[in-house]
Write a protein that binds this ligand. Structure first.
Ligand SMILES: CC(C)(COP(=O)(O)OP(=O)(O)OC[C@H]1O[C@@H](n2cnc3c(N)ncnc32)[C@H](O)[C@@H]1OP(=O)(O)O)[C@@H](O)C(=O)NCCC(=O)NCCS
Length: 154
């Protein structure tokens, strides 16, 4: 892996032809992954869906729905071997840039209450906790709360 990895990563729109690779990374990244059908729907319905590639390997993606008044970030995933190198940050910044263009200044997302890497990531990017959604996520033995985050772009 290159020392200046970030210079060699390509960030582009995800396409339907990427679906199998995206689903594989989804399966490798979550105990309760999205189905391939949900991922396909996001591609077919032209969600704001970007991928990160290194040496033609898919190593991350972000799925977002950017609307005029508000934006929802629905999925952000980076391959385990490539974490803590700034890739999620780059993907988030792609969404922020498009939000500015579309004047969509309120961004929402949610994460599991025990997902420390994600919580730290979002707090670093000035997302603020606005509420808790009780029993929102499935776990292996029950349900788990979600933290709802909001960022106001200025
Ligand atoms: C959460 C996730 C997307 C972060 O991706 P990443 O590319 O590693 O994130 P970045 O390198 O851009 O990290 C930026 C900041 O996030 C925080 N962060 C990221 N990983 C962290 C970790 N393991 N522990 C603590 N803080 C972490 C840090 O503040 C970091 O800044 P720093 O490097 O200056 O300390 C990645 O861990 C992942 O894909 N996890 C599995 C899927 C998931 O949980 N997605 C989020 C669903 S809501």
């Amino acid at each position: 892996m290159s020392a200046n990895l970030l210079e060699h990563i390509n960030y582009t729109d995800a396409k339907l032809s990427d679906l199998d690779k995206i689903f594989k990374l989804e399966l490798n990244s979550y105990d309760h992954p999205w189905t391939i059908g949900i991922l396909r729907d996001c591609l077919v319905n032209h969600y704001d869906f970007y991928k990160a590639e290194y040496n033609n390997n898919l190593i991350g993606y972000i799925i977002s729905k950017i609307s005029i008044y508000e934006t929802h970030i629905l999925n952000l995933t980076v391959s385990e071997d490539y974490r803590q190198k700034g890739i999620a940050t780059d993907l988030l910044e792609m969404i922020f840039a498009k939000c500015y263009i579309m004047n969509s200044l309120n961004i929402f997302l949610e994460t599991r209450v025990d997902n420390t890497p994600a919580i730290k990531l979002y707090e670093k990017h000035n997302f603020r906790r606005i509420s808790i959604r009780k029993n929102y996520y499935q776990t292996s033995d029950g349900k788990q709360d979600a933290i709802i985050f909001k960022k106001i772009l200025s």
